[in-house]
Design a protein around this ligand. Sequence first.
Ligand SMILES: [Zn+2]
Length: 444
Amino acid sequence: MTSDILIHHARIWPSVDGPLIDDGKILIRNGRIAKIGQFHARAETVIDADGLLVMPGLIQGHIHLCQTLFRGLAEDRPLLSWLRNVVWPLEAAHTPDSIRASARLGCAELIKSGVTAFLSMETVRHTGAVFDAVAETGLMGIVSHCFMDEDSGYPPLTVDLEDALAECDVILEKWGAGDALRLAVAPRFALSCSGRNLREEVSYARERGLLLHTHCSEQVPEVQEVRRKTGRSNVDFLNSVGLCGPDVCLAHCVHVDERDLALLVETDTRILHCPTANLKLGSGVAPVPDFLAAGLTVALGSDGAACNNRLDIWNEMRLAGLVQKPLLGPEALPARDIVRMATLGGARALGWEKEMGSLEVGKKANLIIVDSNNVHVLPSDDPASNVVYAHASADVLMTMVNGQILFEDGRLTTIDEEKLREEVLCQKQAMLKRAGWDRRKQSI
Ligand SMILES: [Zn+2]
């Protein structure tokens, strides 16, 4: 039994689709929201929100925690060279210790920026170490084990299907259908797995009720190569092996045509939109207003630090709006739609819509306190436009997950930042040495 927590004097924005509650209270019991609104209550712990904005914790729909250690190492390359010459060799050089450091670093950044849950794609080995690292931080997340078989184009990351599924078995045995941490199955993308293995991975996930997560139609050469190999569009091919549906999250979807869109709608597939990564790798702009108009669930993600380089969901919100406007006009993608992607959309994509995405009685106490009195926000009182266009991640004052405060007064409560800095520098050096990194060429 944990003690009750009462947040009072808050400017509560419980849901993107609802109004603000001024001078409101939230009572938290056993990690969940017990009461919200205006009422009288006592609690062992009282947090004075002092008129600040209290809103649902933000949700990162697509990241790679294993790549946080690669930040700044894979600049100015197109996707396939970015993967084959830098990212995959570095992933192959990971050990459990380096991947733990990488995940911890990513989690620290997420927590400080007000993220309370995420969907990540890890690499083909050591995914269990990511679970261990995330569990220590208190964050909620769905951690995907990555699959790459004989067609991966980078032999050191090739793992037999049986061995990959055995690693999933070990993780499931330890973590099961966890309350805060879950496993997902992630074929890396259409070109990294054979059709037969993709089908096997899909049935493994569906038999166990696990989410499926992959990259889709990020760049034109990728789409062309899938068509050359399979005779189908990328979305059509993924659908043919079972990789479409409400339990499937597709990252990017930049290059989709009308038939692809119809397939995505028909199958109610989830979209993970990563605007910064799409710009930085020169991929393009995903047709997000079309996705939303068609009724698709869209979440927002930063992708990995190797291609972004920040895991900052506030950046993604702002950019998600800005990139559409030169193409479609200033009316495109209103701020409220963007906040929905980072809250309820993310929750729905992760299959956690009953647990998070809005502040409601019975849902997890996953919430943030945001400094709405900062000069760069005043005097606007429209929370949607403030959150998307005026606020920055540094305005997050407190992050709570499952009723546990993970960040407060500028300090992380579950991660020792000083130790983390040392660990990260030391693990990065060792990883680059193992990978045979050439400092002058900035590649392997
Ligand atoms: Zn990605």
